[in-house]
Design a protein around this ligand. Structure first.
Ligand SMILES: [Zn+2]
Length: 306
């Protein structure tokens, strides 16, 4: 099925190179990959290295190596956010008077805000005037409004957030001159013409901010599918995991079959597949997004995934 305006499907996987891929990231890769490939669409790879202070040495190489080993085949050139500064600057420029400089330092905000509220909603101190025009560096914030911003998620249904009340005027460029994740992801989804964003539900509450930015920039809004984030039986999110380069083909087949099980698919047993490629052929043919469960819990016997 093609998206409603008959545009070819373009999906993406956008890992942050802050460590190697863990089993939870492979679930995200599998979900976005199969949503794209089952519709004969493209699956693009984007390295979200916009926050260069958090990038870990060698992790880009490790991520690409893992994806390749497990048989994911991305289309087109890889997009690196660290090389997109000009595009992000141009978008900031396009926002015109919707953005304003903010000189509030963390120390200042901590002092001004009631105990316990720092870090939640920015109280718009700088919206009308600069609190400290002599400050050496400014952050750039986007004006928000009180109207709730909503969208309909394929799995989670209708979701809305009053961004001004729940987040406040959010940062697009930090005072250290790094662009924020929110701006980078919106500019890149538009640039790569993404038709559907498939990612974990831990990012669900970021989506209204991104929809608002898309609206401010006159961008198309992609469709969204947030699958439940995998947790351990005691409710913990998966942590980073190092995939050794020496994984056998059988182990790789089993890992991809495991991601399929978590995504509610019912693949045949491991011994029914003679190689990794056969697993992917089956998965692309029988992928059914409607089978993705509302919750994903790792059973006890998955110690290798943690
Ligand atoms: Zn401020």
């Amino acid at each position: 099925m093609l998206p409603k305006d008959n545009k070819p499907y373009i999906g993406r996987f956008a890992p942050s190179p802050t460590g190697s891929l863990h089993f939870g990231s492979l679930i995200a890769a599998t979900a976005s990959y199969l949503c794209a490939k089952s519709k004969e669409g493209k699956w693009l790879l984007r390295i979200e290295d916009v926050d260069q202070f958090r990038v870990k040495k060698d992790s880009i190489y490790q991520i690409l190596q893992t994806l390749e080993q497990y048989g994911y085949q991305w289309d087109d050139a890889i997009l690196y956010q660290s090389q997109r500064t000009q595009a992000y600057d141009a978008a900031l420029n396009d926002l015109g008077s919707l953005v304003y400089p903010c000189s509030c330092t963390r120390k200042f905000l901590r002092k001004q805000m009631p105990e316990g509220t720092y870090g939640y909603v920015y109280p718009s101190f700088c919206r009308e005037k600069m609190t400290n025009p002599d400050a050496a560096q400014f952050a750039i914030r986007l004006r928000t409004h009180d109207e709730p911003i909503g969208f309909t998620d394929y799995l989670q249904g209708d979701y809305q957030q009053a961004v001004a009340l729940e987040v406040g005027d959010f940062i697009l460029k930090r005072s250290d001159q790094l662009f924020s994740y929110q701006l980078a992801v919106v500019v890149d989804d538009e640039y790569q013409q993404i038709t559907e964003v498939v990612r974990g539900s831990d990012l669900l509450d970021n989506t209204p901010r991104q929809c608002y930015l898309q609206h401010c920039l006159n961008y198309q809004q992609p469709q969204y599918l947030h699958f439940p984030t995998a947790v351990t039986p005691d409710g913990k999110k998966l942590s980073k995991q190092n995939h050794s380069p020496e994984v056998s083909d059988t182990e790789k087949r089993q890992t991809i079959l495991d991601t399929l099980h978590f995504l509610g698919q019912a693949p045949p047993a491991l011994d029914q597949f003679s190689c990794l490629n056969d697993v992917w052929v089956w998965a692309i043919q029988y992928w059914d997004r409607d089978k993705i469960p509302a919750q994903m819990t790792l059973p006890e016997h998955y110690p290798n995934c943690l």
